[in-house]
Design a protein around this ligand. Structure first.
Ligand code: FAD
Length: 323
């Protein structure tokens, strides 16, 4: 018999993040033919419910409160636990985002479930749901089956294909009334760094620069290539430490973990800590002056050359293709 599965939808700037649709697709697998219920928490989130349904949710529950306008683990855990208590789910799926990483252990502990975090694949073997997740900083993968209790997982963005959007799908949208109390953290104000363009963790194309970019100015050709390809700019810690760019762009063991369709590493040596954040990208292109650079060991395509010559050439060629 199928399971009842709750999937948390995440919104940013009034729009659902793509990982929400990926989580719905994962939730469908976990449900094994059962019911997938989208959960939206925040202020004025009901308007997003239909899109979750169009991507495969059977119905949507919303929890709205002024105190949920900004994410806090206290507020969101109270809201999500109210949904859990009402629905008694057998499965839960979150995106493995900053929010998902913070909230999921708290909920798992409250309901006494194991947590399969950072899954990159959800499948079925002999009737059992099997999750694949990277271990040892992405050097190996393990398969995990939840044998008992609530099956609870977070899914890494950009790994699970969302279902095709079906605008004819309809489903019930209802609100759960929760009185949010005792918030130990209150967000007074959110100050945004001027990050323009595509969100790094969900980008399909990433152009990453390392110490080889030599300066903040040296990142400009990378940004131009990213713009032509509709991608985002990332960086090695070497580049961040040297103040060429902001730490929010850092990819690696102590930065963001990304899995774009295309990762172009420019002037990055390929230290193990950097590979931990990008080696599972679908196609890796490395541009480096040093033919012995370790990045070539993980690259699908390698270009030995000066990034300041190669990157503008690529930008020009892609512009021609796009014209
Ligand atoms: P370098 O190693 O200096 O490499 C620069 C490369 O650019 C060289 O290969 C050079 O040949 C090439 N180059 C130079 N000029 C050009 C040119 N004109 N054209 C083409 N190529 C050129 N690092 C991360 O990235 N992410 C992390 O999350 C991270 N976490 C860490 C955690 C710990 C605990 C520790 C100890 C380290 C961590 N590091 C991390 C740092 C990591 O070990 C490396 O120091 C760092 O990744 C090196 O950055 P880089 O490749 O840009 O610089």
């Amino acid at each position: 018999m199928g399971k009842k599965v709750l999937v948390l939808g995440e919104a940013r700037d009034g729009q659902l993040r793509n990982v929400s649709f990926e989580a719905i697709a994962a939730g469908k697998k976990v449900a094994q033919g059962g019911e997938v219920i989208g959960v939206l928490i925040g202020v004025s989130v009901a308007s997003l419910a239909n899109e979750l349904i169009q991507y495969g949710a059977d119905r949507v529950l919303t929890v709205e409160d002024e105190k949920l306008g900004q994410y806090t683990s206290d507020g969101f855990s109270q809201a999500f636990m109210a949904v859990v208590e009402q629905e008694q789910p057998e499965g839960i799926v979150f995106g493995h985002t900053a929010l998902g990483k913070d909230l999921s252990p708290k909920i798992a502990a409250k309901i006494g479930a194991g947590l399969i975090s950072d899954a990159t694949f959800v499948g079925e073997e002999d009737g059992e749901i099997v999750f694949t997740r990277p271990i040892y900083s992405g050097k190996a993968f393990e398969k995990i089956t939840a044998k008992e209790g609530v099956v609870f997982s977070t899914v890494r963005p950009n790994n699970i294909e969302p279902l095709e959007k079906d605008t004819s799908r309809t489903g019930d949208v209802s609100e759960i009334s929760v009185s949010i109390t005792d918030l130990r953290t209150v967000i007074q104000d959110v100050v945004r760094k001027a990050a323009d363009g595509v969100d790094l963790s969900e980008a399909k194309v990433i152009i990453a620069g390392g110490r080889g970019a030599k300066s903040e100015e040296g990142f400009k050709p990378l940004k131009e290539l990213a713009d032509v390809l509709g991608g985002a700019v990332g960086a090695s810690r070497g580049a961040c430490d040297a103040d060429y760019c902001d730490y929010s762009l850092q990819i690696g063991q102590t930065g963001k973990v990304v899995t774009p369709d295309l990762y172009i590493a420019c002037g990055i040596s390929g230290a193990i800590q950097h590979l931990a954040g990008m080696s599972n990208s679908k196609v890796i292109v490395a541009i480096n002056k040093d033919p012995e650079a370790n990045i070539f060991n993980v690259a699908d395509y390698g270009i030995v050359g000066d990034l300041f010559e190669v990157v503008p050439m690529l930008t020009e060629e892609f512009k021609k293709i796009k014209a």
